[in-house]
Design a protein around this ligand. Sequence first.
Ligand SMILES: Cc1cc2nc3c(=O)[nH]c(=O)nc-3n(C[C@H](O)[C@H](O)[C@H](O)COP(=O)(O)O)c2cc1C
Length: 246
Amino acid sequence: MTQKTPIALMMDHQSIRKFTSQKVPQTVIDTCITAGQAASSSGFVQVTSVIQVNSPEARSALSKAAGGQAYVESAAIFLVFCADLQRNQQICLRQQQQMPTGFIEQTLITSLDTALFAQNVLLAAQSLGLGGVFIGGLRNQPETVTKLLNLPQQVFPIFGLCLGYPDQNPGQKPRLPLSMVLHQDQYSNDGLANLEKYDKKISSYYQQRSQGKLNLTFSQHIIKTLVKEARPHMLPYLRNQGFCMR
Ligand SMILES: Cc1cc2nc3c(=O)[nH]c(=O)nc-3n(C[C@H](O)[C@H](O)[C@H](O)COP(=O)(O)O)c2cc1C
């Protein structure tokens, strides 16, 4: 395997949803998780736990909970990234201290740290020849996931990650032009002038990827994806787990 430079590795990213049957050695997974741990951590609080789900029964249940995503079952490896304040609560209790909980800021910190951790894991895995895809679909049924994985209070699943040796090369999704995401000094909507061009780019990308079956601009994709409620069950679920009270 030829080694890519770190920048090439990042630029070449594509989600992989089809895997060969080749097993992934545990040492490789351990290395990827250790690389995840090396990511920055807000205030060095280290608020991530990762659950490697090996049981075929649990995989099958998680695949269903994620809306029937078959690759949750078929990937060689499935990891669930959890925001975890519970471990630090235990540490405080050992010193007869109680950590106040329920702050939105804690939800942000645990989510941010965990996302940075997980992206490191994926990049490390990709650098070792693996491919993968994040599974936010786990938040379709967070309570089912919580029961299956025995998650205590102060822990919640952010997303899953399927990993394995790629058995597809789906092609890269073209991102927004730099002019739409990089603002100089102040926020500006000037970049939207480039939307039409990007719409055309995404439309031809989808057509090519679907052999003409899908013809969707980015604007249409955004309407389809965002003009609806966004998992409204998450607020009561998070409150139930001890988050988002204040
Ligand atoms: C937090 C997060 C959750 C995601 N959840 C899912 C998912 O449940 N199922 C899926 O097939 N892809 C999922 N994806 C992958 C995105 O669909 C994918 O990253 C996006 O379409 C861009 O494609 P690319 O990764 O190939 O560049 C998720 C990505 C992120 C960052």
